[in-house]
Ligand binder design. Sequence first.
Ligand code: ADP
Ligand code: MG
Length: 634
Amino acid sequence: MAGKAKSYKFKAEINQLLDILVHSLYTNREIFIRELVSNASDALDKLRFEMTRGTEVADKNLPLEIKITLDKDKKMLTIHDTGIGMTGEEIVKNIGTIAKSGSADFLQKLSEEAKDKDVSNIIGKFGVGFYSVFMVASEVNITSRSFQPDAKPIRWTSSGMGSFKLEELDEPVQRGTSIEIHLKEDAEEFLEKYRVESTIKKHSNFISFPIMVDGEKVNTVTALWREPKSSIKKEQYDEFYKYLTYDSEPPMDTIHVSIDAPVQFNSLMFIPKQTFDMFGISKEDIGLDLYVKGVLIQHKNSELLPEYLGFIKGMVDSPDIPLNISRETLQENRVVMKISQTLVKQVLSFLTKKAKDDPEAYAEFWKIHGKIFKLGYSDYANMEKFADLLRFDSSALEEEGQLTSLAEYVERAKEDQKEIYYITGASREALQSDPHLEIFKRKGLEVLYLYDPVDEFAMTGVVKYKSDYTLTAVEQADLSKLEKFEDSEETESKAEALSDGEEKVFKKLLKKIQDILGDRVTEVRESKRLHDSASCLVSPDGDMTSQMQKILHIMNKDTSVPKKVFEVNKDHALVRNMLKIYKNDPKDPFITEAVEQLYESALLLEGYLTDPHKLVNRIQDILLKSSQWHPAQQ
Ligand code: ADP
Ligand code: MG
């Protein structure tokens, strides 16, 4: 095809994107420089990576750099790099399609955002940064020559209006890529040297290759992470963070780690002030950039930090990893594993100190990143630190929004109390009236309130706090252990004890209830935990908690109702009345009606009642009957 240009149409999604970009706000158009410079830097990183592994490359003595030239006469800005370059096939694949997953959703979001907002902070994150050039360009020409020794140079041309042209060139071209941008009339500010320079200083200052504008070097090209900590100002860290993440806010925290043994490495880690998962493709966004002796080996390497610390952004540079390592073997690399272990320890220590020195700031951290952090329940090696960093709502706290640590719980615990109790529910309100908690209230025992399904996994991961306090779901608590604690006065039982004869009738009533409920329950028994409620359902001993059951049900798409123990509160006024009615006539239909109602109410509380019709009809029936006893009717 040499010499002959071939025409291609952009994919529909690219056209949609171009349309958005052309019509989006003008305020931040300068970011096209950031995007093209970042692509040039990536191309140079890739080339350097190949060279360090001994791959044969074209023009191997070319300096690795980015050159920007401004031509006022032609109204043209050119960005040139000596990086890896592209073949014709590669350019069609890389520029012309959107490779990353989730791009459809992203475009949808973007078109909503673009109406009234600045899209510059997100554009680069989704593998579409190149197209930002069409915010300023009336025409773009790309000339590229791949590093592969026998590759043919190519030329790509487009005005961003639905199609592009591609042509193989016959004349020799040096390795790398030149992007010629013919500026639109209203974008001629980008012909001004100071304008381009200040943009580079603002967004691309940390690019590790020299950036020359009309022959003058503009960026600093120092590896901030290798400087002594004492010489680095907060502004420099913040600037580096913004460069790395495109976040417009500075980070919440910066962790700078320099370690010499057992593995030598430097790392800059940042905790952002916000989560980045707004477009639901956060998985690809997790990880630290990995450098070996200053050479970028991989963007967002996910082996360096476990998933639960995935909210951290940053980079690692180590001379102890072999430069010619392949990305596949990074996973099993022992040095990478060592670095990872050290990083985790450093982050956890940092958070521990933060929690101790500034609880308010830690609470803020927890609010934003706690949800991910809780996934650390399987990091057994660091379980103690992990446990200490968890935060929960609790029955001991005055109001919603306050949080407690396990350590604080233990401080408040009763003498002889060897359990930390917890319960899972939908909200504080729901839990405060949960029948399972009645005995804990009566005994004045604190219970942690869990709202997030993952909380319970965290509890099961910790198992024992400080190898002394067993984390116990309220439902599974051994109630005989609670007997040693005194009842608090106001909740002391006011019901009179039953006579021996009445006890016998009660036993029979339990049997009757068992007959009514049949195999819908595993057992019917007298309750030790209830105070205000007449009955409740509990998991059979040794079974998993209701919350776990629910999670499994959802995972297995199981809609059956699990069989549970039905507990009856012997001292409750309703049960006492039932006892009288039963004694008078064991076949009285009221008993069945009441038991069905109590059972379904309990199911409703547990979230298992799928058909409320019977329950509602029964309530109406009962209301009707009780209204007939109203004084006004007499
Ligand atoms: P991203 O950089 O996130 O992949 P872009 O839209 O910025 O998305 O670029 C798309 C792709 O085009 C890049 O991944 C790269 O493969 C290729 N590319 C862009 N610019 C260059 C360049 N200067 N040299 C080599 N390849 C490039
Ligand atoms: Mg890019």
